[in-house]
Design a protein. Structure first.
Length: 372
C-alpha cells in the first residue's frame, strides 16, 4: 500500500494530521492497523456472530474519532503505538469531559472506543471496555435505559423454574410419553428409541434456575456468564468468588453475595452437571447443549423465552441480559446505597454506580400517592 493515505469505502486510512506526526514506517504500520480495523467494522462490527457490519457512515465516523483518539494517546504517553489500553480510553474520557462540546459528541466518541475494544475482543482475545465516566444521553433519559422491575424480577425467577421443564415420566400415559420422547429426541439430538427416563431428569435440570438466579443476584454480565467456573461457587457461604484473572474488568478479586436459595440451586446444579459428558474435562459452570459457553445472543434468547413464559411484555423495550444487571444496580442502590451496589456490581469507579442512584418508578408512584 502506498503512503498516499489510501481509502477503504471512502474512509481515509492515513488522515493528514496523523501523517504529520508519524515516520514512514509508522505510517505503513498505522495504515495496516486501520485497514484491518475498518474492514472488521464494515463486515462484522455490529454483530460478529452473524457477520453484520456497521453502515459506511457509522464506520467512517468511528474511524475519524478513533484517529483523533490515537493521536491524543501518542501525544500524552510515549509516542506512536497501536496497543491501546483501557487506561488510555478512561484517561481520554476525562479529557473530552473537560472540552466544550455537547454530550452527543462525547457519547459518539465513547461509542467509537467501545467498538475498538469490541474488535480487540473478537479478533485478539482482548477485553470489552466499561467506561469509568458515563455521559448523559442527549434525550436526557440517562442510564440504565431499561431494567427489570421488582415484580418482573420475581416473575423471571419463577419462570426459570419452568424453563425447559416437562411433565414427570411416571405421570404420562403411553401416548403422551411417546409425544414427549419425540420432543426430547429433537432437543437432545438423539434417536427417539434411545430416549430414556434419565433424559426426563436432564430436561428438568437445575442449570437454568442456577444461571438465571445467580445473574439476578450478582448482576452477571454476559462475559461473566461465559467465563463462570465451578470454582467461583461458595455454597456454604452463599457467595460467588470471582478471581482477578477471570473478573470482567480484571482489576481485583470480587466476593459477591447470593440469596440462600440461589446457593442451593447452584449446589444442585453442581451435583447434576457431573452426570453429563458435556462437562467432562472442563470447569465451566454453564454450557449450551452444543457445548459452547453462553454469550450475548444465546443469553438474549434465554431471556426472551423467560419473558414469554412469564407473560412480560417486550414492546418498546430493548431486551438484553443487561436488563438483569441494571435491575440489581437500581434496587441495590435504593435499598443499601451506592457502596453496596458498587461492590455487588463489581464497579471499579463509584461514578459508574452513580447512574443507578435514582428512585425507581414504583417508588416515585408511591410518593405521588402519599402526596395526594
Amino acid at each position: 500500500m502506498s503512503l498516499d493515505g489510501g481509502e477503504m469505502e471512502g474512509i481515509i486510512l492515513l488522515p493528514e494530521p496523523s501523517r504529520a506526526v508519524l515516520s514512514e514506517r509508522q505510517q505503513t504500520d498505522y495504515i495496516d492497523h486501520r485497514e484491518t480495523l475498518i474492514e472488521w467494522l464494515l463486515v462484522f462490527g455490529k454483530n460478529p456472530d452473524k457477520a453484520e457490519g456497521y453502515a459506511r457512515a457509522t464506520t467512517k465516523n468511528t474511524a475519524e474519532r478513533l484517529d483523533a483518539f490515537y493521536r491524543w494517546v501518542w501525544a500524552e504517553y510515549d509516542g506512536y503505538t497501536t496497543s491501546i489500553s483501557h487506561d488510555h480510553a478512561n484517561a481520554y474520557m476525562k479529557e473530552i469531559a473537560r472540552r466544550d462540546e455537547g454530550n452527543y459528541s462525547r457519547n459518539n466518541t465513547q461509542s467509537s472506543l467501545k467498538r475498538l475494544f469490541k474488535w480487540h475482543k473478537h479478533e485478539r482475545g482482548g477485553e470489552l471496555w466499561e467506561p469509568e465516566i458515563v455521559f448523559s444521553e442527549p434525550s436526557g433519559t440517562g442510564e440504565p435505559r431499561d431494567y427489570l422491575t421488582r415484580e418482573e424480577r420475581g416473575q423471571i425467577r419463577e419462570a426459570a423454574l419452568e424453563y425447559g421443564s416437562i411433565p414427570s415420566y411416571n405421570n404420562l400415559s403411553t401416548k403422551e410419553r411417546d409425544k414427549w420422547k419425540a420432543y426430547l429426541a429433537q432437543r437432545f439430538s438423539k434417536h427417539k428409541k434411545n430416549v430414556t427416563p434419565d433424559d426426563w431428569d436432564r430436561a428438568n435440570s437445575w442449570k437454568f434456575p442456577s444461571l438465571v438466579w445467580a445473574s439476578l443476584d450478582a448482576g452477571l454480565r454476559p462475559i461473566e456468564v461465559e467465563r463462570a467456573r465451578t470454582t467461583w461457587v461458595d455454597v456454604d457461604n452463599a457467595l460467588l468468588r470471582i478471581p482477578r484473572g477471570e473478573s470482567s474488568k480484571n482489576d481485583g478479586n470480587w466476593t459477591v453475595s447470593l440469596q440462600d436459595r440461589t446457593a442451593k440451586a447452584l449446589e444442585r446444579w453442581l451435583t447434576e452437571r457431573k452426570q453429563y459428558d458435556l462437562y467432562q474435562g472442563t470447569d465451566r459452570l454453564w454450557l449450551t447443549r452444543f457445548g459452547n459457553p453462553y454469550q450475548t445472543n444465546s443469553l438474549r434468547q434465554v431471556l426472551n423465552r423467560l419473558f414469554e413464559s412469564a407473560g412480560i411484555p417486550t414492546e418498546n423495550r430493548k431486551v438484553s441480559w443487561y436488563m438483569i444487571r441494571h435491575s440489581v444496580g437500581t434496587y441495590m442502590a435504593r435499598e443499601e446505597g451506592l457502596a453496596a451496589a458498587r461492590a455487588q456490581l463489581r464497579h471499579k469507579s463509584v461514578r459508574t454506580t452513580a447512574r443507578y442512584d435514582n428512585a425507581p418508578p414504583e417508588d416515585r408512584r408511591d410518593a405521588l400517592d402519599r402526596m395526594g
